[in-house]
Design a protein around this ligand. Structure first.
Ligand code: UD1
Length: 432
């Protein structure tokens, strides 16, 4: 098993370039199979979740041509199978988009229930409600979602909560339904807009993505397209906070600063410097930062996917902070690992009460999920001494070349085999 070994205490400095948004890529890869012509997708992040999904669509007959690391050509004309049930897709979240895409195009889908990070119960009732309102019959049996319809007809759908997954899934099915669908109370995350823009580039008719109501006029077929995925808001945010936690100074390139506003605002509030350029943010921190209260909210609020990284930063800041998680009920499980590194955090219900400490100390910790894993790496970079983070397969699901990018910023990190004593010794000699 692989793990990261980190020697902390070096401020991150220099320049890092952000890749394509993982969560947009998952929606876009699946939406691409709805066209009967080739679709070229650029700025694809080279991360495990993307590879799993590309393999899954290949498995049902889509032609997937990997043009280079960040570009893929997908042709869904010859899809022969609407049933997807591989072990790998049960581990990722984005696999549920196969239901919306196959149901929209073929009026039938049988897809293994999605997995993803264990951060809460993660129901899919809003997805199912939407499909049913469009006229599908949906059942869950033997761990699979079974959806089928004679025809799909546009409807007025009100989501009980602004679910990212349900919004994208219903949008995909509705864009090939008859007539007009309105999704009220949709999620407004940047990747909702990106998936809608991509579907429109293939001939769909979707208006209002990113606002309080999405209006979709169904079309009979979708055509080929070339599309470039937006930059990853969460990857960018993770580097912004890692820079602040290590007292560094970094230009974070290929970002959309508007998508980072909630993160930027908190950084500025606690005393870090953030300069915004057209497609870059410059983050620096040359003194100890101060406390803040943070509540996770749907976009444009503070993203739940940045909560563990923010908690980690506040664990090192002066004063008492409260971080409240309102989206996923068990998303504070990693706090125990931070405590092993000397953090002073107590959890009460869905809130972390953080009393800032002067510094963290390196320890052996375990990544419980993707974003908490990234937060532990961040903690390791800021801590005194050596930190080992295991279960890094979670981190690799969503961060491209994580250790390489950190190394280029001057961080001391390596990926090694957990059992390889020699690699540990070599790393320690190199960095001491
Ligand atoms: C997506 C992201 C994930 C991010 C999350 C919130 C992907 C692949 N994953 O996950 O990284 O943390 O958005 O920004 O894009 N809910 C229901 N019923 C439903 C659906 C959701 O009650 O049918 C609830 C969930 O329990 C949760 C909230 O709605 O409390 C938000 O979930 P949702 O936006 O759907 O998250 P995901 O799409 O799973």
């Amino acid at each position: 098993m692989k793990q990261y070994i980190i020697k902390g205490g070096t401020p991150l400095r220099g320049e890092v370039t952000i890749g394509g948004a993982k969560n947009a890529a998952l929606g876009i890869i699946v939406a691409a199979i709805m066209a009967n012509e080739p679709v070229v997708i650029e700025n694809l992040p080279d991360v495990d979740d993307v590879h799993v999904l590309l393999d899954a669509i290949e498995g049902i007959g889509a032609i997937v041509e990997r043009i280079d690391t960040h570009t893929v050509k997908i042709n869904g004309a010859l899809i022969s199978n609407t049933s997807v049930d591989e072990d790998a897709i049960r581990k990722i979240r984005g696999s549920y988009y196969l239901v919306g895409a196959l149901l929209g195009k073929y009026k039938r889908a049988l897809v293994a229930l999605p997995g993803g990070c264990q951060i809460g119960s993660r129901p899919i009732d809003q997805h199912i409600k939407g499909f049913e309102q469009l006229g599908a019959e949906v059942t869950i049996h033997h761990g699979k979602i079974d959806a089928s319809a004679e025809r799909l007809v546009g409807e007025h759908i009100y989501l009980d909560c602004p679910s990212v997954g349900a919004t994208i899934n219903i949008m995909m099915a509705a864009c090939m339904a008859e007539g007009r669908t309105i999704i009220e109370n949709p999620a407004k995350e940047p990747h909702i807009v990106d998936v809608a823009n991509f579907l429109n580039s293939m001939g769909a008719n979707i208006r209002g993505a990113g606002t309080d109501a999405i209006r979709i006029r169904g079309v009979e077929s979708l055509h080929g397209s070339e599309y470039s995925i937006i930059p990853d808001q969460i990857e960018a945010g993770t580097y912004m906070l890692a820079v602040a936690a290590t007292g560094g100074d970094v230009y974070i390139q290929n970002v959309i600063p508007k998508h980072l506003e909630a993160i930027t605002a908190k950084l500025v509030e606690i005393g870090a410097r953030v300069e915004e350029f057209d497609d870059c943010v410059h983050v620096s921190a040359d003194h100890r930062l101060s406390y803040a209260n943070v509540k996770t909210m749907p976009y444009p609020g503070f993203p739940t996917d940045m909560q563990p990284q923010m908690t980690t930063l506040l664990a090192l800041s002066e004063g008492t902070s409260i971080v409240t998680e309102t989206i996923f009920e068990t998303r504070l499980k990693y706090v125990g690992e931070l405590r092993r590194m000397g953090a002073n955090i107590t959890v009460e219900g869905n809130a972390a009460i953080i009393t800032g400490v002067d510094g963290l100390t390196g320890a052996a910790v375990s990544a419980p999920d993707l974003r908490a894993g990234a937060a532990l790496v961040m903690a390791g970079l800021a801590a005194e001494g050596f930190t080992c983070v295991d279960h890094i397969q979670y981190i690799e699901r969503g961060y491209e070349n994580f250790e390489e990018k950190i190394r280029r910023l001057g961080g001391n990190i390596d990926k090694i085999d957990a059992e390889d004593e020699r690699a540990v010794r070599k790393f320690k000699m190199k960095v001491s």
